[in-house]
Write a protein that binds this ligand. Sequence first.
Ligand code: F6P
Length: 533
Amino acid sequence: MSAPNRCDRTVAWGALKGHFEAHGRDLDLREAFARDPGRFDSFAVQAPQVFADLSKNRWDLATRQLLLDLARECGLEARRDAMLAGEPINTTEGRAVLHTALRAPAGQGPFSAEVHEVLNRMLAYAETVRDTASSGIRHVVNIGIGGSDLGPQMVVPALDAFVHPAITMHFVSNVDGHDITPVLRGLKPSETLFIIASKTFTTQETMANAQVARDWFVANGGTDVARHFVATTTNIAAAAKFGIEHTFGFWDWVGGRYSLWSAIGLPIAIAIGSEHFRALLAGAHAMDRHFATAPLQANLPALLGLLDVWYRNFHGFGSRSVAPYHQGLKRLPAYLQQLEMESNGKQVDLAGEALPFGTSPVVWGEPGTNGQHAYFQMLHQGTDVIPVEFIAVKTPTHAHADLHRKLLANCLAQSQALMLGKSTEQALGEKAPTASAELDAQTVARHRTFPGNRPSTTLVLDRLTPESLGALIALYEHRVFTSGVVWGINSFDQWGVELGKALCNDLLPRLASGDTAGLDGSTAGLLKRLTAA
Ligand code: F6P
C-alpha cells in the first residue's frame, strides 16, 4: 500500500493553521459554553462501553470538521483498513500489525485458526492453574518487561474484583535485583508458577530474572521445573533451550505493546479466568468494530487521535496527563506511556524524511484523587497548559457508596476548576486568612487566581469490567494509530531502544574489569566511581 499523505502537505493542514490563528488560539471554553447551550451534546460521543465528553476541549465544530478533513486527506480510513486486513504496514520490520485479530471471534479475521488454537489451549491451562486444589499453585510470578509486563500488570489490579481469591499475582520486570528479591522472599517453590514472558526470549532483563528464579527454585528444594515454569513467546526454540517445555506461542505480527490479548495475557487469564478473559477480548473487539465502521465524526478513537494532533501541532501542548478516578487503574498511565510514546515517539516519516512538526506528547499521570494532592497545582496554575484526561466509573465494585460519591465529586470538580478558573476579582472578594499582613490584597489575590480555560476530556465507563476495560484499552490503541497515521510515521517499530541495549552490552564487561578505554569522559568518570574499591 502506498504511503499516506503526510499531514503538513494537505490542504486541511493549511486551513487548520488559518483557523487556529483566527479562532483556535483564543477560544475560551467559558464563552463557548455561554454561547452554545448544546455544546455538551455536540461533543458527546458514545462508543462501545465508553462515553466521552469532549466538550471541555479547546475546539469548535469548525475545528472538528477541519480535523476530519485532515484525517481523510491523510488516508486514515484506508490505512486503518490495511491494518485490519493484515497488510505489512510496519514497513521497517516488514510485518503486519494484527493485534485486532487476537480478539476477533472464532472464524473471523486473519489467522483465526492459529489464534483460537493457542487461546483455547491457554485458557484451558489457566483453568487448571486456577483449580488450586489440584494444581497447588497459590502464587504466579510473571517475569517480563515492557509489553510483556505492562499489560498484565495494569489489567490484573484493574479487575481486582474478578481475581481468583486464592491466587496472588506478582510481576517482576526490572533487572534491578530489588524487584525480584522481595517477591521471592515470601514464596515456596511448590506453590509457585513462573511465567517467563518475552516475545523475543532474548531480552536481557527477562532472561537474567528468569535465571535468578530458576536458581532460587532449585536452591529451595523445588522439583519439577517443567511444571513450575512456562513461557509465553514467539521464540519457542529459545524457551526450550532455557529448559522450558510448556510454551504458549504468538506471532511476529503482535507488537509487544499490543500483546496483552495474546499468550502474554496468560497471567490475566489465570487471575480472572477464561470467561472473563474472553469478555476482555469481546470488549476490545467491539471497539475494533466501532473504529472500523463508525463514521469519522462519531468515531471516538479517531476523534481523540485528531484532538491530540490539534493540541500537539497547533496549540503546541507537549504533554497530556491521564487521571483515572479508579484506583484499580493505577498502572494505566505507565501502560499508556509505552503504548503512546514507544509507538509515536518518532522523528522521521515513513519515507525516512525528518519531520518538521512534533509527534508523541509526553503522557503521564496518577489516579485521582491522589494526583490532586501532588501535581494538579501545576495543572491549575502552572505556566504550561496540559490537557487532562479524566476517567470516571459510574458504579464501583465496592460497597462504600459515600466514598464513591466523594471520588466522583472530586473528578467533576477538577475538570470544572480547570475550565472555569478563578479571576483576580473573584479572589479579591474572598478572605485569605493565612496571608502575611505585609502583603497587599491585590498581591494575595494574584496568587489565588486561576487562569482557567484549561482543557480536559472525561471518559465515563458504567462499570470497570473485563468488557469495558478491553474496550478502553482498544480505544487507546486506535487513538494512537490515528495520530500516527496523520503524522505519517511508523507507529509499530521501536528502534529508539536499540542503541542503549548495544551500549549496555559494551559496558557490562567493563563494570567487572574497570576498563574505561575509549569511553567518553563522563561515562568513564561515572564507571570509575561505580567500580571504585
Ligand atoms: O523496549 C523495547 C521492547 O522491545 C518492547 O517493545 C517490548 O515490549 C519489550 O522490549 C520486551 O520485549 P520482549 O517481549 O521481546 O522481551
